[in-house]
Structures are given as structure tokens and as C-alpha cells.
Design a protein around this ligand. Sequence first.
Ligand code: AMP
Length: 282
Amino acid sequence: MQLVSEIPQLRELRREWQVQSKVIAFVPTMGNLHQGHLNLVREAKRHADVVVVSIFVNPMQFGPDEDLDAYPRTLPNDAKLLQELGVDVLFAPKVCDMYARGLEQQTFVEVPGISYMICGASRPGHFRGVATIVCKLFNMVQPNLAFFGEKDFQQLQVIKAMVTDLSMNLKVFGVPTTRENDGLAMSSRNQYLDPAQRALAPVLYSKLQELNAAIVKGRRDYTNLVNACKTELAEQGFKPDYIEIRAADSLMPPSHEEKNLVILAAAFMGKTRLIDNIQIKL
Ligand code: AMP
């Protein structure tokens, strides 16, 4: 595996792969890798000749009061894990190279509508930061295929919309959420939880499963279901941010006939914001 931090070096490799007609898969991450990330890499390897993974903690997608400085940075260990999986290139650029003219003046990509709702409403500017960095990384790596986790379901939809709207020549794959044995969705942020919080955290997923079961049984009074779920989460020590039942494709509120649904949730456990979702096909 080559560790590349300079953009021109990546472009040079890209030129060589082009000559060899290689299929290139790309997995963008912020590092501190866990099995969720590694499963994206495994899936990427199944589809491509060359796998590029990026590690970049993107300042543009963090709000002013969020955890940019505290975000865990573990590049040596991440590199070891990726090497063991047979990744071809780990691209870990520097902030000053990615935002060469500074963040204030940075040109941005924004997918309207979908970026402003749900997580986007709680984290203004977040999806603008995500779309911009992913667009930049796509321009550097020029992958044929790109892999994203369904754990960040809205993010996946934002990226798919960007790729369609900007006629980008690549295919986006969503990979199912990897969970701990107790159901908690794996996340780099889980390590912020103290042992008592960690023990409670899987309740978020079990409450989503209960909502899922109620909808599959025929309940369509979504407002009642969501409100009861929020109350139960609060009783268990969470501070719910949102619970939403939406149409899976558009993320708009669903009609009662909608067959493809997603339940999306974010809740604070202490200072840690956990997100999760379940897709429902009726
Ligand atoms: P992050 O490093 O948190 O920006 O995540 C990088 C990629 O890994 C994103 O596409 C995430 O959706 C994906 N990812 C993170 N956690 C998981 C998980 N538990 N299961 C599947 N994909 C994940």
C-alpha cells in the first residue's frame, strides 16, 4: 500500500491506472477506522482492480461547537488496518492543500432541499461541507465506483443527488450498517461514551426496531409512534434530536401508501450525538 499525502502524486498514480484501464474504487473516510469502514473497503475490493481510501478530517463539515479538535486521529493504526486488507493507496491530504485558498473563500457544492432537512436542520452547513469535500476528492481520485455507509443514510442520499445533478461519471454504492454485537451502530464517536453511557447506547437501535415492527404490523400514525419513541428514549437517558419516518428515496414525509420507508434518528447520550436508521420495505 502506498501512503500518499500530496495531490500531484495521487494524480500521477491515477494517470498510470488510466493507461492500464483499471477499475478504481474509492472509500472516503475521516479515519479512526473500525469494522464499519473496513466493510466498505472489503465491498470496494470485490468490485474493483484498485482501491483508494482517503482519510481526511474535513473542517468544513463541522459546526463551530462541534468536535473537530477532539475528533480521534489515528493514522498509523488506520494505515496498518488498510494495509492488511490489501488497499492500494491511502490518501491522507493536509488541510492546507485541500483548502489552499482558506475555508472562508472556498467554492462550495450544495445539494438544496435534501441538505436542509433532518440532520441538515440540526447541523446547518454540514452537508454543504460533506458535498464539497466529496466533490473535491472525486476530482482528485476520479474513481469509477465510490462506497458509502448506509449508517449515514442522509449523507448517502446527498452524495447520490450530487452525482446525478453534476453528471459525475461514477457509480455510488451504499453498504449496510455494521453493528456491535449489542446492536449499536459502529462509529468513531462511540469512544466518547463512558461505560454507563455505552451500556445504554444500544437502546437507540432497539427503539428503532420497535418502531419498525409497529409499522410492519400496519401502524401508520407516524406522529404518535415518533412521539412515544422520543418519550421512551428520554426516559432511558437520551436527549432525542430527531426521529423521522420518511420516504427512503426522497426523504420527504411519506404518504400512507409509501412502500420504501426509512426511520432516521439522532439522539444525544451525554455530549455524544448518536445517529442510526432502519430501512423498511413494505
Ligand atoms: P466517517 O469516517 O465517519 O466519515 O465515515 C466514512 C464512511 O464510513 C461513510 O461512508 C460512513 O457512512 C461509513 N460508515 C461509518 N460507520 C459505519 C458503519 N457502522 N457501518 C457502515 N458504514 C459506516
